[in-house]
Design a binder for this molecule. Structure first.
Ligand code: FE2
Length: 545
């Protein structure tokens, strides 16, 4: 039976478009096709608008917790998503319709001093997610928030607005997290993070991993539950990605960390597929299928994150953004995945070649690069902080004069790195702090004007945070520990265990504390500090705290 595109799911529409059109034609119309898929996949407006009676929700819809994000001095985004049955396709809600969701935000945890309240509509079209951008709030203030549907109440979240732009702040405390592979262990690090005293958290990517997860949750080795078989394959469709977020979001430690602080999130590769570059897949997919997959992944990401950014536009989702945090800091949150040139030399660890050195290569895309360098020029902040994905500093893996480098990191895009460093220099940025994830280990590095010349100027510092969970418990000194430190004199610290990083900024110092969990493959890991380093304002460089 013939059906019009309007009656197909976004996945089906994109797949259908890719089979009907030749490859080149498809790539040129893909954006339009995806835009269509994202806006008109509703059978008809009336059915779409049909509001579900709250009493029809007979099971708790707040299984995924709450989150807040992208705080500004007067506003913050509050998030939740309704999912009475988080591990079932559709999450136990009808494929069309809306639910009216109440929200309130208060100055106290008991909601005696509610300052704003309202209702929002959760749409089936966006998997019943809710993004409320609450404004008219006071700057630099803690608030509590919660949602209601009928007689159901969500857990309470705590959040905090950003300080007023010109304000002289004494101190700001931030968290840095990345890389949480559900099947590789428990999110114990988040349980500890939730107990820190932080103003906000940066997540710099790999919020989900796309690989299949078995019935016992991989290394979690569940004995008290069985995960449905639908998790045991790599995510490729919108439904796959949505269900993957549902699984992650039911984790109590992750929920606790979201409920404790507002997050500024950005993605890396695994939110779509390992080491993809812009529209180019890592492996085994046609470009057409990959663009459809990426669009689905981006959409599910938007649905599940406390983002102020508008919903995906066609196949793209603009994620890079700037936040002014008082006079103390400017955060330029980057997206080094969506617009990058393909990895040179076939990806992986390779010797540099003319291909990798090609000045036309970009990691941010030209538009984001211009925006970044322009932001450096206008900045009057004490600290210019770049939360971003892949390691910025050079990392040789031998002490030989030439060494293989990671083609997926800034080492694979040396001309783009050089343009950024030139921009920093020309703008007179004194205090550059780069925050990084991706590599599942912790490093502290001096950012050198010329990484091949240890005597060259140190222009900033890079704090690389380790993973929340990945491939086992890790070890303090991985097998390449001494080689890496010897091969890269600008590397001052390297620890291979799991955890998170806290960053404290004041007018004189940027301080990183590397917080390490004892183990992740069983619950109950303890937390300790494996290293503490500072960089002085006006005198960049890693020093022992
Ligand atoms: Fe990762």
């Amino acid at each position: 039976m013939a059906r019009t595109a309007d009656h197909l799911s976004p996945d089906q529409q994109l797949r259908e478009a890719s089979t009907r059109l030749g490859r080149r034609r498809f790539l040129t119309v893909t954006s339009a096709a995806a835009a269509l898929a994202f806006t008109t996949n509703l059978p008809d407006a009336q059915a779409a608008d049909a509001e579900l009676a709250p009493r029809s929700l007979t099971e708790n819809p707040f299984t995924l917790g709450v989150a807040s994000g992208d705080p500004l001095p007067d506003a913050v985004v509050l998030w939740t998503r309704l999912a009475p049955r988080p591990y079932e396709p559709g999450n136990g809600l009808p494929p069309t319709g809306t639910v009216r969701v109440g929200w309130e935000i208060a100055r106290d945890e008991r909601f005696r001093k509610v300052v704003r309240r309202g209702t929002a509509r959760a749409h089936a079209e966006f998997n019943y997610s809710v993004h409320v951008d609450v404004d008219d709030l006071d700057a630099d203030r803690v608030y509590w928030y919660r949602f209601t549907v009928g007689s159901w109440s969500s857990p309470t979240g705590r959040t905090r607005t950003a300080p007023a732009r010109g304000r002289k702040l004494d101190e700001v405390r931030l968290g840095l997290v990345s890389c949480q592979a559900y099947e590789d262990g428990y999110f114990t690090a988040y349980r500890h993070l939730a107990n820190e005293n932080l103003d906000a958290v940066f997540h710099v990517g790999d919020y989900i991993y796309e690989y299949g997860i078995d019935a016992v949750g991989g290394d979690r080795k569940y004995t008290d539950r069985t995960l449905p078989a639908l998790y045991n394959h790599e995510t490729t469709t919108l439904e796959d990605y949505r269900l993957r977020y549902s699984l992650y979001k039911t984790d109590p430690d992750l929920q606790a960390a979201h409920a404790a602080f507002p997050w500024y999130v950005t993605w890396d590769d695994h939110e779509v597929e390992n080491n993809y570059a812009a529209g180019i897949p890592e492996k085994g997919q046609s470009p057409e299928a990959f663009v459809a997959r990426r669009a689905a992944a981006y959409r599910a990401y938007w649905e599940n994150m406390p983002l102020r950014m508008p919903k995906p536009d066609g196949t793209d989702l603009k994620l890079y953004r700037r936040v002014h945090y008082g006079q103390l800091a400017q955060f330029d949150i980057l997206d080094t995945r969506q617009y990058r040139s393909d990895q040179a030399n076939g990806d992986g660890w390779q010797y540099p070649t003319p291909e990798s050195a090609d000045p036309a290569r970009t990691l941010t895309g030209a538009t984001q690069e211009r925006w970044l360098l322009d932001g450096f020029r206008r900045s009057s902040a004490v600290w210019n902080v770049l939360p971003q994905q892949v390691v910025f500093s050079q990392r040789k893996n031998t002490t030989n004069p030439t060494s293989k480098l990671s083609m997926d990191a800034w080492d694979g895009y040396p001309a783009a790195r050089e343009r950024l460093l030139t921009g920093v220099e020309r703008a007179g940025v004194k205090n550059l702090v780069i925050l990084t994830g991706d590599v599942h280990v912790a490093y502290a590095l001096d950012v050198k004007r010329d990484f091949n010349d240890p005597a060259s100027r140190t222009v900033g510092v890079e704090f690389v945070g380790t993973s929340i969970s990945s491939d086992g418990d890790g070890e303090e000194r991985p097998s390449n520990w001494s080689t890496l430190l010897a091969a890269n004199p600008h590397m001052k610290f390297y620890d291979g265990r799991r955890g998170y990083t806290t960053l404290t900024l004041d007018r004189r110092h940027a301080r990183a504390d590397y917080r390490t969990v004892s183990h992740i493959t069983t619950p109950g890991g303890t937390i300790s500090t494996s290293g503490s380093f500072v960089s002085e304002a006006g005198h960049p460089g890693i020093q022992q705290a």
